[in-house]
Design a protein around this ligand. Structure first.
Ligand code: 6PG
Length: 250
């Protein structure tokens, strides 16, 4: 593993040899964060990423009895506009991996009800989050787990979509024209209110997007993951060597 230490406010970058080493490291990082949060505050709140990359991480976590399972609140960063039994469902992927071992009680898992019309699903999820995070102000997730698409999207914040401009709502529906589908997603204010953001990136097809995300200059509208800049929280990219291929030596 190689690391680029982060100065205040700049992302930390850790590069791992391959996908398996990356998944091992991400699972360990999540375990570490969960243990520290429970020790400090009695609970750990995480927003799970969707897609395929996290599956290997979730499978590792599912086998790990060392996590403070009873004290964890599991939320989702986004969801496809499909029912929970649909092959594209992020909730389904998590159920088949992270929750397959039965270590989490159903009431700890707060899925997005994406079987509903997207706008209604988004509004209901915001209500759910306000119950998980009672009190005024934005929810502060202990850990926001994110992925990165080849087009620079993260969560379901895709290039050129309306959700990029949402500054008030915690959760919004988002029409993604290029996919010809709606998504439900946490918004930038919620992502950036997190205490810790882990962005996990694997594979050569992500290399150019990762380069664009980490570049000194760029446009959030075309590379939405550039909009993830938690303050005062931390931002760490955990990537494999294939995803890091387009990064300069620095
Ligand atoms: C989703 C995710 C999305 C994902 C990226 C990367 O619902 O698909 O939230 O942001 O993290 O598209 O997906 P892969 O891990 O499948 O490459």
């Amino acid at each position: 593993m190689s690391s680029a230490m982060s100065a205040a406010g700049t992302p930390q970058l850790d590069v791992f040899e391959g996908a398996a080493e990356l998944a091992d490291a991400v699972a360990e990082a999540i375990r570490f964060s969960s243990t520290a949060a429970v020790a400090a505050r009695g609970r750990f709140t995480i927003a799970l990423s969707g897609g395929s990359t996290p599956r290997a991480v979730y499978e590792r976590l599912a086998r790990d009895a060392r996590l403070p399972w009873p004290q964890i609140e599991f939320c989702f960063g986004d969801e496809r506009a499909v029912p929970p039994d649909h092959p594209d469902s992020n909730a389904r992927m998590a159920a088949q991996s992270l929750f397959a071992s039965g270590r989490a009680r159903p009431e700890q898992v707060h899925r997005i009800e994406a079987e509903l019309p997207p706008a209604e699903a988004a509004a209901r999820y915001e209500t759910t989050l306000r119950a998980v995070f009672p009190g005024a102000g934005l929810p502060c997730f202990d850990l926001m787990l994110l992925g990165l698409g080849p087009d620079g999207h993260t969560a379901s914040l895709f290039p050129g979509t309306a959700a990029l401009s949402e500054t008030t709502r915690w959760v919004t529906d988002n029409w993604v024209a290029k996919l010809n589908t709606a998504r439900i997603t946490l918004t930038f204010p919620v992502l950036n209110a997190s205490a810790e953001v882990l962005c996990v990136v694997s594979g050569a097809e992500k290399a150019n997007a990762l380069r664009d995300v980490l570049a000194d200059a760029g446009d959030v509208r075309t590379t939405p993951a550039r909009g993830v800049r938690p303050r005062p929280g931390s931002l760490r990219f955990m990537v494999d060597r294939a995803a890091a291929a387009a990064l300069g030596r620095s």
